[in-house]
Design a protein. Structure first.
Length: 155
């Protein structure tokens, strides 16, 4: 079994089906060995979504869980694009948008849900730079949307 998929199994995690784009865009685009992954929302394996505003409808912990689901969805997309998650040589940049109430200021803690998962799965290769702004609204009232930029090895 592949190393990354073994780590996922050790963590008790199963990848959801990779999400389809909800608009006129690519799930990922590449240049050389760099891939830009389109943003994904907090969709669970069963298709349900974590929705609402963090700080009003959702707690920081629920937002953290939403960001974690985003990371799992990104991993599913990476596997669909690359065929093997062990080809990922680095998570370079993570950008997470948090659907937040106007007075909420803990977006960084919410986005740790995605960052922590990438580091647990990839180890040091999962460490990345990151941005985590709060947003007034996100499509379909999703709680969190995350995209990322990765580096990968040739097959």
């Amino acid at each position: 079994m592949a190393v990354v998929e073994s780590r996922l199994a050790e963590l008790g995690l199963t990848l959801p089906p990779p999400p389809d784009p909800i608009g006129n865009y690519l799930s990922a685009s590449r240049s050389g060995n760099i891939m830009w992954m389109a943003g994904v929302g907090s969709r669970r394996t069963d298709g349900s979504r974590i929705s609402g505003k963090v700080g009003a409808d959702l707690t920081v912990e629920q937002g953290y869980e939403a960001a974690r689901w985003c990371a799992l969805n990104l991993l599913a997309r990476m596997k669909a694009e690359l065929g093997d998650l062990d080809r990922v040589t680095g998570i370079l940049k993570v950008f997470g948008m948090v659907n937040s109430s106007p007075d909420f200021g803990e977006q960084a803690r919410v986005m740790d849900g995605a960052s922590d998962l990438f580091i647990k799965v990839f180890g040091e290769k999962g460490r990345h730079s990151r941005s985590a702004p709060g947003m007034a609204v996100l499509p379909r009232d999703t709680a969190v949307i995350v995209d990322c930029v990765i580096e990968f090895a040739d097959a």
